[in-house]
Write a protein of this length. Sequence first.
Length: 173
Amino acid sequence: MSVDIDFANLSIKDALDLAILVEEEARDRYQELADNLDLHNTTDAAQFFRFMVGCEAKHGRDLQEKRRELFGDEPSTVDRSMLWDVEAPGYETTRTFMTLQEAFHVAMAAERKAFQFFDSALPEVTDSEVRELFTELRQEEVEHIEMVRGQMKKFPARDGFDPVDFADEPVAQ
């Protein structure tokens, strides 16, 4: 995870904008992964990632609403170039043929990564409103971890196939 943010001087508007960007990045990555899995008929994992798209989108909309209430249409001074993989699943954690359980573990790792981001930022935050927001966001990540755990409990531990069965044989160059 790479972040280029001065947390000590972060305003509440910028903190909200940053949180929105984190959710958008995660939403977009889950969408990209789901689309890729659909192309390869790995539908269970794709369906779960689409569920996560909905979760990230809803959280992002909630944050956008709060931002609009406080700041209307004021322009943002933070952008996506300031963060990378804060909550988005890492590309290295996924593969074309994933079991549903593997998809759960990818989402769990992403939620834990987001928790760690907000938890690590808190000691650097000086603004009380930003501290309160980041504390709330950190707690929401705990709730998201529990939500993923709940999904994991609903489905069997094995999906009935081995992803290696779908791997192509090496091709001569």
